[in-house]
Design a protein. Structure first.
Length: 424
């Protein structure tokens, strides 16, 4: 027995040291804690989404509906206040209900809720050598009076303009993601990874780029500290480095000429940006990246800030973790923040990620509740004028990444139909 004591002591000591190292490794992110965590996440992802990745069921694009246990004939649309609906049309972008036609689509509905047109969005036509369509996500969408649309894809490698039949008019490769915005001067603005890019909307030619890291964060004037709140030092003898996806840029919008007078503190063409991970909204100069204005919170993990005609900025506050998202309005001069819309216990509204808002001419707000697959229009006093669940089955909806309202005369005398836009 005495001969075995050294061996037993060695094993026991090794176990104690291994346990201690394991605790510190997990806390400090030392090897092999990150690798183990990544492996566990991969196992969970494969278990949840293997059907999606084999193109059997689009599980990565389905979310739980508020109103589960629906009748099989439920089409998802409910009109509550017909006299309060904003005149015009609503486009809804996301997964296609008709997977035999295309993985994604943009649907057009009139103010009575009737379906009027469908744009099939076939990612495989835009990036034939890239990921399978169900492994990317249609996210950004912009619409043109000629019936064409522009689209971007999270995890994809293309931005494209499609005609009314869904055929490409032009395609530009690159990691374009989240929102797309027209500037009223023939340009489209979008994020390409961590670069802001302006493209010619007729040709797709890139006419301007602005890097978040090198142009905006490091612009002269001492503004770098505004952006580095999620930075960390890897070690005393190593230089400062950024955390993984420290910003998560998700929107860029130029200040258009017709809105510029409402914002005398800014200049026409200034860019309103949203950085989700640091809860930051900012306005930057498009040529130098210099900060004109910035504010963090009280929103959390926000999306879709928009300049408004009254000199305020509206934003979708995900309020991630609270279970209760909000639409907010910010006065950039006074920094006062007011709530435009919030759900209730009886009528919940939440999207822990994604989400869009659009203030409408009649005072209503169009809301894209992405993570419940719902679009609705709310009145200024918080009533729901209409709502649409993008139904997949009795329990689940399709993720909706964007809803967009356009006025009655937006398309002229004829609604989009195959053949109204010229494909290349």
């Amino acid at each position: 027995m005495k001969d075995r004591l050294p061996a037993i002591s060695f094993v026991a000591s090794a176990m104690v040291l291994a346990s201690a190292y394991g605790i510190f490794a997990q806390r400090q992110g030392w090897f092999p804690a990150p690798q183990i965590a990544q492996a566990e996440e991969t196992i969970r992802d494969v278990k949840a989404n293997w059907k999606n990745d084999l193109a059997l069921e689009p599980t990565r694009h389905l979310v739980t509906a508020h109103n589960r246990g629906r009748d099989e004939n439920d089409q998802g649309y409910a009109l509550h206040l017909p006299n309060a609906v904003a005149p015009g049309y609503t486009l809804v972008a996301g997964l296609s209900k008709d997977q035999d036609s295309s993985a994604f689509s943009v649907e057009l509905y009139d103010e009575e809720g009737q379906h009027r047109h469908s744009w099939p969005v076939d990612y495989s036509k835009l990036d034939p050598e890239g990921l399978k369509p169900l492994n990317v996500m249609l996210h950004g969408m912009e619409v043109f009076p000629d019936g064409s649309i522009a689209v971007t894809f999270d995890a994809g490698n293309a931005i494209a303009r499609l005609n009314a039949c869904g055929d490409p008019m032009w395609v530009v490769k690159g990691g374009y993601h989240h929102a797309i915005t027209r500037d009223g001067k023939g340009g489209l603005w979008a994020w390409r990874n961590n670069e802001i890019v302006r493209l010619d909307e007729e040709t797709g030619e890139i006419t301007k780029t602005l890097s978040l890291e090198s142009d905006i964060v490091k612009a002269v004037g001492g503004q770098e500290g505004v952006f580095l709140v999620r930075s960390f030092a890897a070690g005393e003898d190593k230089p400062l480095s950024l955390a993984s996806d420290p910003f998560h840029a998700n929107d860029v919008e130029p200040l258009r000429a017709e809105m510029a007078d409402a914002f005398p503190q800014f200049e026409e063409g200034d860019l309103l940006i949203s950085l989700r991970e640091i809860n930051l909204l900012a306005v930057v100069a498009p040529d130098t990246g210099a900060l004109r204005w910035w504010q963090t919170g009280p929103w959390l993990k926000q999306h879709d800030p928009d300049f408004q005609p009254d000199g305020t900025i509206a934003v979708f506050d995900n309020a991630t973790g609270s279970g209760a998202s909000r639409i907010l309005r910010i006065d950039p001069v006074t920094r006062d923040v007011t709530t435009v819309f919030a759900g209730t216990t009886d009528a919940p509204f939440s999207s822990w990620q994604r989400g869009k808002q659009q203030m409408l001419p009649n005072g209503n707000v169009l809301v894209t509740e992405a993570q419940h697959g719902r679009v609705f229009e709310a009145t200024p006093d918080g009533q729901i004028a209409w709502e649409r669940d993008m139904v997949w089955d009795a329990e689940r909806n399709l993720i909706v990444t964007e809803a967009r309202h356009v006025p009655e005369d937006f398309f002229g005398d004829t609604l989009p139909a195959c053949g109204t836009s010229k494909a290349m």
